[in-house]
Structure formats: C-alpha cells, structure tokens
Ligand binder design. Sequence first.
Ligand code: OFO
Length: 173
Amino acid sequence: MLKKSIEKALNKQVELEGSSSQFYLSMASWSETRGLTGASNFLYQHSDEERFHMLKLIKFINERGGKALIPSLSQPPENFKGLKDLFENLMEHEVNVTDSINNIIGLCLDEKDYTTQNFMQWYVAEQLEEEALARTIIDKLNMIGEDKGGLYLFDRDLDTMAAAELKESEGAK
Ligand code: OFO
C-alpha cells in the first residue's frame, strides 16, 4: 500500500509528465509550421514518450492501492525564437523533471518505500538519456549557427533520431 506522501508526490509527477507531453506537442507544432519536418517528427515522438511516462506512473499508483489523479491540460508556451531557443527550453524543462524525480527518490528513502524507489530508477535512467540527447542537440545547433544548409541537414538528422527513438521506446513498452 502506498503511503499518502508518496502517492501525492507520484501524482505530482503524473502532472509533470503530462505537462511535458503538452509542452513538446506545442514545440512539435511550432516546428511543423516552419517546415522543420525532422524536428517536428522528433518532438511529436518525444511528446508521445512523455505521455507513456505519465501512463506508467498512473498504472503504478493504481496497482499499489493508491488513486491516480488525471491532471487537467494547461496551455504550454507556443512561441520560440528559433530551434536553438526551443531546445534550450526543452533542456531546462528536462533538468526540472530530473530534480523532481530525485526528490521522489529522496522521499522514498525517507519513507523506506523501496518498491517505489526501485520503480523510479527507470525514470532516473530515462532522464540521463534525455538530458544527454538534449545537450548533444544544443551543441550541434551551436556549431551550425546561422548556416541554413547546416540547419537543413540537421533537421534531416532529427528525422533519423526520431525513427531510432520510436524503435527504442517500442522496445521499452
Ligand atoms: Fe518524462 O522524461 Fe522528459 O520530461
């Protein structure tokens, strides 16, 4: 049975994962309307992954005798100065998500809830990957600068990354 404090923290995380999904959906749509097909595919895919992260938590809370709360949707930011600004926003968001996951792990240890702590390790590994990926993308965008040809090729790379992530996330389900 889940302790109330853990249930509350997990439900907060449900909301955060749901808002991540919405945020990336907004980024995907922004990219799509600017002809950045690779970026939009990558971000639509990322948005789906965040929804999966939310669902995984919902099921865990309910299976352990808690009650998952389905969060309402709030409007995410919809304007970005460019692709670099967009990915910097994504990176900042991921760092906040990592902090939140670490706080839950800390709470689990305080409450001696090793089952939830063990479950949350999947999220720790996922965050490590997501932050590394976001950093690589920002590094590449810094290298490209204002070079339109470079940006075009990079957008194609993102398409390839989206396909690879899709394969990987399907393996995780
Ligand atoms: Fe759910 O990993 Fe990103 O936010």
